[in-house]
Design a protein around this ligand. Structure first.
Ligand SMILES: Cc1cc2nc3c(=O)[nH]c(=O)nc-3n(C[C@H](O)[C@H](O)[C@H](O)COP(=O)(O)O)c2cc1C
Length: 201
């Protein structure tokens, strides 16, 4: 039915997303795994910010953050999120929408341990999204947690991952004269079969 071929070919959108990201890693100057993460607040007002995508698993997209941040409360309240990643040099984007759950087990511990010590301590020091009186106050907090936690801090209970389990993934590639190629994969819910359709640009 579909004329999906070349960079759009395949039966598994997660594998396709991994392949596009691998290509971007070779061509983008920095942060090829940056995603614009979108949430809605309790009033339905949308919000967006960049985060780094840390894993494309067989069933989910994973990023890490502070569980007491604004994004976290919006995610926990709605249970849903969306993101877009855009690669300027490849002229491609991937859009994802889905339900969200926490990744707060051994995978989060392992990822936390893989970060530099300063980043691990920074996660302890930052009360992400809440007001801060001065830069000096933050640095004093970094010094305090450095003294308290030493060189092998445990993952903070308020810091970990989120898994976005998509119900929709769109692959978009630039075409001549704005006649872009778009393929939208959709499914009823996690674990359900995918259907794919080509969309008008
Ligand atoms: C390129 C880039 C990557 C970022 N990666 C992360 C990340 O992986 N996790 C995170 O919590 N914040 C990350 N940030 C900071 C967020 O954009 C944001 O400022 C912070 O998470 C607070 O957002 P919130 O108040 O909406 O929760 C990144 C910012 C940029 C510009």
């Amino acid at each position: 039915m579909s004329d999906r071929k070349g960079i759009f070919a395949g039966d598994d959108p997660f594998a396709l997303a991994r392949a596009w990201l691998a290509e971007a890693e070779a061509s983008e100057i920095n942060d090829p795994n940056a995603i614009a993460l979108s949430t809605v607040d309790a009033d339905g007002l949308p919000n967006a910010r960049m985060v780094l995508l840390k894993a494309i698993e067989d069933d989910a997209f994973v990023f890490y953050t502070n569980y007491e941040s604004a994004k976290a409360s919006e995610i926990e309240q709605a249970g849903k999120a969306a993101f877009v990643m855009h690669w300027k040099s490849l002229r491609r984007q991937i859009r994802v929408r889905g339900t969200v759950t926490r990744e707060a087990g051994p995978k989060a511990d392992a990822y936390y341990r893989s970060r530099s010590l300063k980043s691990r301590l920074g996660a302890w020091a930052s009360k992400q999204s809440r007001p801060l009186s001065s830069r000096a106050a933050l640095m004093a907090e970094v010094a305090r947690v450095t003294a308290a936690k030493g060189t092998d801090p445990e993952r903070p209970p308020f810091w970990g991952g989120y898994r976005i389990d998509p119900v929709e993934i769109e692959f978009w590639a630039d075409g001549d004269f704005r006649l872009h190629d778009r393929f939208r994969w959709r499914r009823e819910g996690p674990g359900e079969p995918w259907s794919v359709e080509r969309l008008n640009p």
